[in-house]
Design a protein around this ligand. Structure first.
Ligand SMILES: Nc1ncnc2c1ncn2[C@@H]1O[C@H](COP(=O)(O)OP(=O)(O)O)[C@@H](O)[C@H]1O
Ligand SMILES: [Mg+2]
Length: 314
């Protein structure tokens, strides 16, 4: 046991034009100074409404896009700056699953090819027999039989496709899995099956996981720790049960459904706020006072349960 992943002050900003006719570019702070550690075999749930920066964070950690600033240490290496050759050898230790298995699985390839790709990158394509037996093993992991090897993505249900995506991500037996909204596109009954599959696989294969969802209730059952994001910042983090039993932050309490100020659930940045002093949740906060408009709340609190809110500063 030890720290597998350490993220420090990570930043990713986008320069955007609000409309095609806009002359001025504006900055969206998609990930704005995020720091956390993840221990071996632990699950960190990341929640926040759409637009909070969850996927951008996942893409920066998995190196699908570059971060602007900050550090990521993965398995003891300076992950953002290691030579690409070394990153390639570490890559099989990091599996990734996306929200929509239909667009993340190549529609022209059969399941056998899809599942084998990460293994093939590591073992070489000459190892036909090995790749096939590993693919069958990976299918068994996710409760599917050998008969799926020759199927195309469109021949399967949404739940089966997501099982294939999970089989592919775990085929190299990674120590770390990033699952970005892995059940959000599925029917509720199928969601429960896939969540149970994750719990079962974690037990058997013992990998660490970042489990991302906009739904706090989904994250609850699967996470050891939870991190709540809003507009690129961490609003609250701590042991999962503490977050649910005694949420500190008004935003977290809003997500748990205990409080609502009637706003539509979206965290798409109000651009005029970006870069201003004060709390990013100010305009929506039912508990704000005048200090919240000018003072930036720091993440603090008793022990490992911390919130970025002036009202709850210990
Ligand atoms: N490639 C991009 N270019 C410009 N803005 C982006 C890009 N990707 C994400 N964003 C913006 O960054 C913010 C965070 O997005 P995202 O990480 O997708 O949030 P989430 O996954 O929590 O819904 C949003 O305001 C989104 O519009
Ligand atoms: Mg997302």
């Amino acid at each position: 046991m030890g720290t597998l992943l350490s993220v420090s002050e990570l930043e990713r900003f986008y320069e955007i034009r609000r409309t095609v006719f806009s002359l001025k570019k504006e900055t969206v702070r998609a990930v704005d100074g995020v720091s956390f550690d993840l221990e071996d075999a632990q699950t960190l749930g990341i929640v926040g409404e759409s637009g909070s920066g969850k996927s951008t964070l996942a893409r920066c950690i998995s190196f699908l896009e570059p971060a602007d600033r900050g550090d990521v240490t993965f398995m003891g290496r300076d992950w953002l700056r290691v030579p690409s050759k070394e990153r390639k050898t570490l890559r099989p230790q990091m599996g990734i699953i996306f929200q929509d298995p239909y667009s993340s699985l190549n529609p022209r390839k059969r399941v056998a090819r899809i599942i084998s790709e990460p293994l093939e990158a590591r073992e070489g394509s000459s190892q036909r027999e090995l790749l096939r037996s590993k693919a069958i093993e990976a299918l068994e992991d996710v409760g599917l039989g050998e008969d799926f090897l020759d199927k195309y993505p469109h021949e399967m249900s949404g739940g089966q496709r997501q099982r294939i995506a999970i089989a592919r991500a775990l085929s190299t037996r990674p120590r770390f899995l990033i699952a970005d909204e892995p059940v959000s596109s599925l029917d509720v009954s199928v969601q429960a099956q896939i969540i149970n599959l994750f719990l079962d696989l974690k037990e058997r294969l013992s990998f660490a996981m970042l489990f991302i969802s906009h739904d706090l209730n989904i994250v609850r059952f699967i996470s050891d720790h939870v991190m709540v994001m809003y507009r690129g910042k961490i609003m609250e983090m701590g042991p999962a049960e503490d977050i649910f039993q005694t949420p500190f932050h008004p935003y977290t309490r809003m997500l748990t459904g205990r409080e609502s100020n009637g706003d539509a659930p979206s965290a798409e940045p109000v651009l005029e706020h970006q870069g201003r002093p004060g709390c990013v949740f100010f305009s929506r906060c039912p508990e704000r006072n005048k200090h919240c408009q000018t003072e930036v709340p720091r993440l603090s609190g008793p022990g490992s349960h911390r919130a970025a809110c002036l009202q709850y500063a210990p």
